[in-house]
Design a protein around this ligand. Sequence first.
Ligand SMILES: Nc1ncnc2c1ncn2[C@@H]1O[C@H](COP(=O)(O)OP(=O)(O)OP(=O)(O)O)[C@@H](O)[C@H]1O
Ligand SMILES: [Mg+2]
Length: 292
Amino acid sequence: MGLSVNQLIHWGFSDTKIFFTSFGNCVAIDNNASRGVASPPNAQAGKPPILSIDNLAVSYGAVAALRGVSIHVNEGELVSVVGPNGAGKSTLMHAISGTVRPDAGEITFAGQSISTLPTETRVRKGIALVPEGRGVFPALTVAENLLIGAVTRLGNQAAVRIATERVLDFFPILRERQGQPAGRLSGGEQQQLAIARALLSEPRILLLDEPSLGLAVRIIDEVYLILEQLNRDGVSVLVVEQSVMRAFAAAQRTYVLRNGLVELEGRPHDLVSSERLEAAYFGFARQQSPSL
Ligand SMILES: Nc1ncnc2c1ncn2[C@@H]1O[C@H](COP(=O)(O)OP(=O)(O)OP(=O)(O)O)[C@@H](O)[C@H]1O
Ligand SMILES: [Mg+2]
């Protein structure tokens, strides 16, 4: 990878030397790093899973994207899945939301198998995806984009209005910009819009595919504060990221996905202090950090 120190930013946890590229990709982890990553207390550890994925396999023709993945999210938990390009993160999100069909395996939500249900039914049951790249419609106004998220309530205008107001209370910038085309929003504002749109279906679990992609560090901080607040308010969250650090700092549990397989699972604090993390993420254990 050969990145120089100049290409790195110090993440800002006191007493740590964890370095990431400006897009948040992990490039080196100091042995003392675990001091800086205090996993949030996991009060949800003993709760039943709201989402269970067992032995999930998905392929695109000859390409095996997921090769027997098992993960779960407990009720009220914030879980992250990290992995490099092509690990299968987006495929996992699409399989949960129902936009790709698994070859094998089982997806259970709130105690019921949803493996064969169409996407719209999964949304109605409480699964909402904020897709990679946000998926906002740039030519539509902010209000029109939000209305798309309220599709499960169309026909009940009062319910749409109440839900929209509640979401706009949470995202004041979107209230100010309601009449503007979404394409004129900044990247961070578009990410807020994508999350707000997902919230309009009142999800029990929010799936987010690389919400930090392409955003400045300060904006990523704001997005993650929003996710943590939603989680405190009772929404279960499953977030996938290439950025190890960001996903580790927020999550109560983390999975490392690579080549369509779960390589590692645990509390972020334990994983950061584990020598196996780099091997799981990169696929090889480096002898030294070449650029530090
Ligand atoms: N529509 C598709 N057709 C064929 N192959 C695909 C398709 N979508 C994904 N793949 C392949 O499946 C594998 C997993 O892709 P996926 O997009 O799930 O990875 P990812 O972890 O989300 O990667 P990234 O970090 O780049 O977003 C990759 O090898 C990818 O090339
Ligand atoms: Mg992806």
